[in-house]
Design a protein around this ligand. Structure first.
Ligand SMILES: N[C@@H](CCC(=O)N[C@@H](CS)C(=O)NCC(=O)O)C(=O)O
Length: 238
């Protein structure tokens, strides 16, 4: 049995972490049985969430989780697409994971109201005495990471522009397809669904929600994926 160490449901999403959401999606697409466990980041093999435990084999990082599922369990995440299409798929994944993800981090952590609604709650389990200190320290680390990435150096208008470019591109790539690359689900859908749904999460105020909603095909894709893969969440939000 495979255990996925993620963050667990929060904000109407299967995981607060888009990478944990992606990892669970990879398991769902694979069809393999799995169970979920709440990750303690202090025990994270590479200091990040998620990771999996596959009968004692510990695999951190979603790229390597995907490779592990392919190599150990013979899962084919290619969807049968051509090499060129798979190349576009990988570029889409990295657009979302290495760029859009940071817009989302900026919005959730560095907007005061969003922080109160979201990340503030991540520390609820910490001892009350040191909770404010931990909160402050982690927020400072996130500020530094966002600055080091580069997204943190743009003003709100700049971030909105970058979000629009990425979201419009996602809508153009999806087109009329049921799945991101065409008629069949593939590994890229794990990322596309997880990261776009996380960005569009209505719990947080951000210009990116309206940017997603400008595209009927993206909204329909998110609805379709939620109904197919997380029917309980679809019911809860309807
Ligand atoms: N490349 C990793 C990225 C995972 C990642 O960035 N996870 C975030 C949560 S969404 C995390 O654990 N951040 C904590 C930190 O960077 O200290 C993957 O694909 O799994």
């Amino acid at each position: 049995m495979i255990t996925v160490y993620g963050t667990g449901p929060m904000f109407g999403l299967p995981h607060a972490s888009p990478f944990a959401f992606k990892a669970e999606m990879l398991l769902k697409i694979s069809g393999l049985p799995y169970k979920l466990a709440r990750a303690d980041i202090r025990k994270a093999p590479k200091g990040k969430i998620p990771w999996i435990d596959d009968d004692g084999v510990i695999v951190p990082d979603t790229a390597f989780i995907k490779r592990h599922l392919e190599e150990k369990h013979g899962i084919d995440f290619s969807g049968g697409y051509s090499k060129r299409e798979q190349g576009i798929g990988l570029a889409v994944e990295r657009l979302l994971e290495d760029h859009v993800y940071w817009l989302n981090i900026h919005s959730r952590w560095l907007d005061g109201d969003n922080f109160q609604r979201g990340p503030f709650r991540f520390f609820d389990d910490a001892p009350a005495l040191i909770r404010p200190l931990i909160r402050k320290m982690v927020l400072r680390t996130v500020q530094q990471s966002v600055h080091a990435h580069g997204i943190g150096r743009h003003d709100a208008a700049g971030r909105e522009y970058l979000g629009k470019l990425a979201i419009d591109a996602m809508a153009d790539i999806l087109g009329d397809n049921p799945y991101i690359l065409g008629e069949r689900v593939c590994g890229t859908d794990a990322t596309a669904f997880a990261f776009m749904a996380s960005l569009a999460c209505p719990v947080f105020a951000s210009p990116h929600i309206a940017q997603v909603h400008e595209h009927a095909n993206l909204v329909a894709y998110l609805d379709r994926m939620t109904r197919s893969y997380f029917p309980d969440l679809a019911t809860a939000s309807s």
